[in-house]
Design a protein around this ligand. Sequence first.
Ligand code: 7TS
Length: 406
Amino acid sequence: MINIDNIRADFPILNRQVNGKPLVYFDNAATSQTPQQVIDVIVDYYSNYNANIHRGVHTLSQEATDLYEDARLKIQQHFNAKHSYEILLTSGTTHGINLVANGFTSLLDAHDEVIVSALEHHSNIVPWQMLCERTGATLKVIPMTTDGELIMNAYEALLSERTKLVFVNHISNALGTINPIETIIQKAHEVGAAVLIDGAQSCPHIKPDVQALDVDFYVASAHKMCGPTGVGVLYGKEEWLDKLPPYQGGGEMIDQVSFEKTTYAGLPHKFEAGTPNICGGIAFGAAVDYMNAIGFDAISRYEHELLEYATAQLLEIEGLEIIGPKDLKNKTSVISFNLKDIHPYDVGTILDKMGIAVRTGHHCAQPIMDFFNIPGTVRASFAFYNTKAEIDALISGVKKAKMMLS
Ligand code: 7TS
């Protein structure tokens, strides 16, 4: 059970006023807010432990290294990875995807095909297009229905012995669709293709089990799950991480360096060149602890209640259309909507005047907007620290925007 008063007390920013009104933060799919427990870890790190890691004999460096590696273990446990060295700490989802896309350059050729879905964020499209340009491989796209759900028959028809990689997000950032990744992974493996799942939008709501999924790569960003910006995770199966070459060269990722030849460090350091976001990694571990203490079952159950409550009320507003799955079982707490003949940006601007933060536009998913032939949507995305009273404020804000703009 969510104790909403206790939870809200953990988030100092929720006491803010915006434009003279209490902040209603419904842009959680862009970035989540940070609880005091995580802020305290950041302050404690810079107050007491700040040093470079993996290299110093001195006490501070050893303590900082222990904290950083302890965070990796927490993240390993959270994702249920078999080995801690399969957990690479990155700067975020985008970094993780680019690392894998770059690594596959020498493993693909013009005969090969890679598959993405019609529901992807640009960061799960562009790096694969760049990979295809480098290798001559062909990019195929799993189409979707007008409800924003992937057409699985079409996916199966795309798969062949040419398919080398499949990239799909677990949950769409633009529409909230939960994709059937278990089936997607299983079918890809039947033709010998590797699968990368973009978990940027699922990890705030769901605890993924990478071993049960049997997924090859899974990426996420800390800043969408109560952690800081500039840090994230790439889980990779050991056999794949061994096959891929390093992404960046530099300090930390080497075994021996001479001008004739350099040999690389083992996992995970082979992929972690340079000084990482040490404090960010430690705070990511604290964020994972914080969310697990609340519990992902309780989080997703509560968020689903918010989704049902908001959907029912929004649909009562005449001329309002929700884009995405009609069946709320296939959806997380993201609502993308439009008011007939009104530009989403105008709605967002009026909501901001009322202290309500939503995102408007294409949400870095232009192909989705093109598919629906719309310039963008208004997106309200809820987290476990939001309330029904805040949704009431959104509903009256949308009604007011409609009145002012029609
Ligand atoms: N993949 C998905 C599904 C995302 O939603 C995002 C960010 C990314 C990748 C990129 O994550 P980053 O942490 O590397 O930037 N999505 C959003 C959004 O929906 N609004 O702002 C950022």
